[in-house]
Design a binder for this molecule. Sequence first.
Ligand code: NAP
Ligand code: GCO
Length: 265
Amino acid sequence: MSVNFSLEGKVALVTGASYGIGFAIASGMAKAGATIVFNDIKQELVDKGIVAYKEAGIDAHGYVCNVCDEAGVNAMVETIAKEVGPIDILVNNAGIIKRIPMCDMTAEEFRQVIDVDLNAPFIVSKAVIPSMIERGHGKIINICSMMSELGRETVSAYAAAKGGLKMLTRNICSEYGKYNIQCNGLGPGYIETPQTAPLRERQPDGSRHPFDSFIVAKTPAERWLKPEELAGPAVFLASEASNAVNGHILYVDGGILAYIGKQPE
Ligand code: NAP
Ligand code: GCO
């Protein structure tokens, strides 16, 4: 029995993929044969993303769309179907974080994080599922987090969203698995991207950021992970090789969730 990791002939939409984790996942999917479609809020970032994909040898299709805007998302999905083809693979990657102590966070700030990190995956998934049902197959990959399982100071909204995203993943699996739609989560550990750059900034005296040292001590590999290390697991979840995997959160964390942490010397 051949195991099919190929994404040839598939159209993959990766949201918020001008750079960062989304860009790395989309690039990996392109190497596996997928046609890449991505969106970003700003035209300038979409343009930069298209250049970056081209430099990587990928002819990606870019669209300006705020994933929180249901009408805009529905219009984008329709346009993609006409201009590129119906979406076979959706990666709900777009996300934000606000690192604010909960009691200092306004309800509006909390809502903004929930809107992008949880409501938007609902909106975009809802936009693509009908076509997946019609065509008898579909793959949805929700980008979860260590905060789908763990909390920490200052990330209450983000953890609530990512915990909810884990359960949205399981519910899409439950409700649409009968249509041969697989919905799984990918849970990155701590990845070197712009989103975590503030946690890795050198201190004024040139020493490592305390959080940087903390994460290195919490990761068995004793390092931050690279965005490119998420591509293989994403291709697996997007391919026919994972057709029997559904409602699963695949943690790509270097072992953080398995490890109590390095004993301080
Ligand atoms: P990032 O560098 O901040 O990139 C996030 C991307 O999402 C950007 O392209 C951003 O576009 C886009 N975006 C944000 N809000 C959007 C909206 N409303 N509509 C459309 N696009 C939007 O983040 P990242 O580190 O690559 O993270 C990507 C995903 O992985 C997120 O869901 C994050 O929560 C998750 N994650 C990250 C890590 C990590 O350690 N980095 C670990 C676990 C999970 P703009 O630049 O225009 O805002
Ligand atoms: C933080 C980080 C994390 C990562 C990621 C970990 O402030 O703790 O931003 O939340 O983004 O989600 O998996």
